[in-house]
Design a protein around this ligand. Structure first.
Ligand SMILES: *Cc1c(COP(=O)(O)O)cnc(C)c1O
Length: 383
């Protein structure tokens, strides 16, 4: 092998296409014809909290949604002024900080409402509250048994001028299977919860239920606004081809070959020798591993574009590196390999990776990180 040229190429990078995020947002908003709350939790699904937030707003998002208060406060600290909901809070949450930062909060239980009211009295701010109903997911939200008491307490606090109940909401169980019977059942439970809240006087609250899958597939769940996450980043919540929904994946994960070498037939590759070369061949060492969020389960299973074709990772994925067998194709240190991306350069997609390692693309994009550098392309929301 000849010595590689000493080019300045990044060892490993996650490239995020901000224009794709903005365009995906616009496509979804256009599709539903009503406001859109863009979910940017979990560091913008691994795309970067602030850049993702700016890109979705550039694409026409009306509100932002995050899971935890720290994420909301980070958005405010980064200069984001859009209406913002944070929904996952345990006891002892600093609701005063939320109110000071004009963050709307979700409430699941009467003890949580009491904590919010404590912060209202401490800060003098009226809280903007979304009441969450558990319509069958058995995750966050008040159960149908708890709902009447929660609604009653919230209606009293609203009448006292302490809170504005601005949202009544829930979360889909199985919208990625758009014909599943749970959907009709859930919509029914939600509408009963809404009717009860309306009768209690919470007449101004807006209704929201639809995640990405429901946003692309279930118009009867759109209500006053939709609340997609993964689709904004261009991944198909139904597990198919995002282009069919007009979406384009925003993330490309790539690295440069650290070492290439010829080895004889019968060479065992990586820990445990779970891969053995069946002929003389060229191996390429890729300097990213499970510490960087490349799933260890990808060993001997996951595809990577290298030297013009997709190759299955040879042997185990290690903490910092893995190996590809490229046969007699030309590869040298410094060459680019692509783990996943939009797919139009022949690289695998995050969906392909998810299928290979038996997970969902959500997990892949939110976990890739570690020592990958992040680089932004496109101008949507640029500051
Ligand atoms: C994460 C999340 C969403 C967005 O879900 P996607 O499937 O990514 O669209 C919406 N609502 C809640 C409550 C969530 O936790």
């Amino acid at each position: 092998m000849s010595a590689p040229s000493a080019r300045a190429v990044p060892r490993a990078e996650v490239v995020v296409d901000l224009d794709a995020i903005a365009a995906n947002t616009a496509v979804l908003r256009e599709r539903v014809g009503r406001p859109l709350m863009a979910v940017v939790k979990a560091d913008g699904y691994g795309h970067g909290l602030l850049p993702a937030a700016r890109a979705v707003l550039a694409g026409g998002a009306d509100f932002l949604g995050v899971a935890v208060l720290e994420e909301a406060l980070a958005l405010r600290a980064g200069g984001i002024t859009a209406p913002l909901l944070a929904w996952l809070h345990g006891p002892g949450t600093d609701y005063a900080a939320a109110l000071d930062a004009d963050v709307e909060v979700s409430v699941n239980a009467d003890w949580a409402l009491a904590e919010v009211l404590g912060a209202v009295r401490a800060t003098g701010h009226t809280a903007r509250v979304h009441l969450k109903a558990d319509t069958g997911l058995s995750r966050a939200g008040a159960t149908p048994a708890e709902w009447p008491a929660l609604v009653g307490a919230a209606a009293r606090a609203q009448a006292a001028g302490e809170i504005d109940v601005v949202g009544l909401w829930s979360h889909m169980i199985y919208a990625d299977a758009p014909t599943h019977p749970s959907i009709t059942a859930q919509v029914g439970v939600f509408e009963e919860a809404v009717a009860l809240a309306r009768r209690a006087g919470l007449t101004d609250a807006r209704l929201h239920l639809a995640n990405s899958a429901a946003t692309v597939a279930l118009p009867n769940t759109w209500y006053d606004f939709v609340r997609p996450g993964i689709a904004l980043y261009g991944l198909d919540p139904l597990g198919g081809d995002p282009a069919e929904h007009g979406l384009r994946p925003a993330m490309t994960v790539q690295a440069t070959v650290a070492l290439a070498k010829r080895v004889p037939a019968g060479s065992g590759v990586s820990y445990g020798h779970t891969y053995v070369t069946d002929r003389e061949t060229t191996l390429a060492l890729v300097p990213v591993g499970y510490a960087d969020g490349v799933p260890r389960a990808g060993g001997n299973r996951a595809p990577v574009l290298a030297a013009g074709a997709q190759r299955t990772i040879a042997g185990r994925v290690c903490m910092d590196q893995f190996v590809l067998d490229v046969g007699d194709d030309a590869v040298e240190a410094g060459d680019e390999v692509v783990l996943w991306g939009p797919g139009d350069r022949g690289e695998p997609t995050a969906q392909q990776w998810a299928d290979a390692v038996d997970t969902i693309h959500y997990e892949l994009v939110t976990r890739v990180g570690g020592r990958f550098a992040r680089r932004y392309v496109g101008s949507a929301g640029a500051v």
